[in-house]
Write a protein that binds this ligand. Structure first.
Ligand SMILES: NC(=O)c1ccc[n+]([C@@H]2O[C@H](COP(=O)([O-])OP(=O)(O)OC[C@H]3O[C@@H](n4cnc5c(N)ncnc54)[C@H](O)[C@@H]3O)[C@@H](O)[C@H]2O)c1
Length: 268
């Protein structure tokens, strides 16, 4: 989707943007004229992503090491973002983990529950707090949180992940109500099935596929075929398009919404 100069000189913080959906979103914001701070745990990959973007759009991107679970790390990133690009206009929370997936409830240990909530929920809380310190005084700002269709339906085998994503949906909608009076929009994108490192590098996915005599990619495509009425996987671009739309002026009257981009697997 072409947003041409829609985001010219807007400053965007994207967490988890070293790879996957966050990286693609960063690339699309750059093409639409934005300045982007890429925050991620993965230093080498994050630097490569920033270099790639700066090669096509000079000085558009900066990588800053970030652990969303650590409030000090989050505050430091927002401080540096303001120093580098003057302000922050948009926050996209894409950092997330699926953790120790595809196990029944009884075999998911408490550390996995803690980690899913620390990264997927508390990480968003930390980043929203830092962003709102900037957005509220200027009475402007957009937040887009990346959740999952797992947060909208029972997801056996991924209960800790699904519950954490359901929390993201509710916290985003409650926050949207609270900050609407400051002209701040908070929305959620719920991706369905996208082949990113979250699958590719997942040990549980590899093990499940192996048990069925399939490659991880074949296993993934089987799930797409089974669960998506449109019978096609979604792409990183599909998700980035919706994130950019939700943070654009065209969506100024949309807030507190959770949009599924999932080929129709969840219709509510
Ligand atoms: N890929 C899918 O099919 C899919 C489906 C539904 C939802 N999602 C959600 O989309 C988001 C992005 O996922 P992805 O598929 O791009 O996965 P990904 O693994 O490629 O990207 C996630 C990024 O988050 C970073 N990250 C993890 N913990 C962090 C922390 N504590 N601090 C900072 N960064 C951290 C990782 O280093 C990684 O670069 C996640 O929130 C995920 O739950 C993905």
């Amino acid at each position: 989707m072409n947003f041409s100069d829609e985001f010219k000189d807007k400053s965007v913080v994207i967490t988890g943007a070293a790879g996957g959906l966050g990286k693609q979103t960063a690339i699309q914001y750059a093409a639409a004229g934005a300045k982007i701070v890429i925050g991620d745990l993965k230093i080498e990959q994050g630097q490569e992503t920033a270099a790639l973007m700066n090669a096509s759009h000079p000085d558009c991107a900066r990588f800053i090491h970030l652990d969303v679970t650590d409030r000090e790390s989050v505050d430091a990133l927002f401080k540096e973002a303001q120093e580098t690009f003057g302000t922050v206009d948009i926050l996209v929370n894409s950092a997330g983990i699926s953790g120790q997936g595809f196990k029944p409830f009884g075999r998911i240990d408490l550390e996995s529950w803690d980690l899913a909530y620390e990264v997927n929920v508390k990480g968003i809380v930390n980043c929203c707090k830092a962003a709102l310190d900037i957005f509220v005084p200027k009475k402007a700002g957009k937040i887009v949180n990346v959740s999952s269709v797992s947060g909208r339906k029972p997801t056996p085998g991924l209960i800790h992940y699904a519950a954490s994503k359901a929390a993201v949906n509710n916290l985003s909608q409650t926050l949207a109500q609270e900050v609407a009076r400051f002209n701040i929009n908070v929305n959620v994108v719920c991706p369905g099935w996208i082949w990113t490192p979250i699958y590719d590098e997942s040990e549980p996915v590899k093990q499940m596929a192996q048990k069925l005599g399939k490659t991880p990619r074949e296993f993934f495509l089987d799930m797409v075929d089974r669960y998506c009425p449109l019978k096609r996987e979604q792409t990183e671009e599909d998700i980035a398009n919706v994130i950019l739309f939700l943070s654009s002026e065209a969506a100024r009257n949309i807030t507190g919404q959770a949009i599924n981009v999932d080929g129709g697997s969840v219709m509510s």
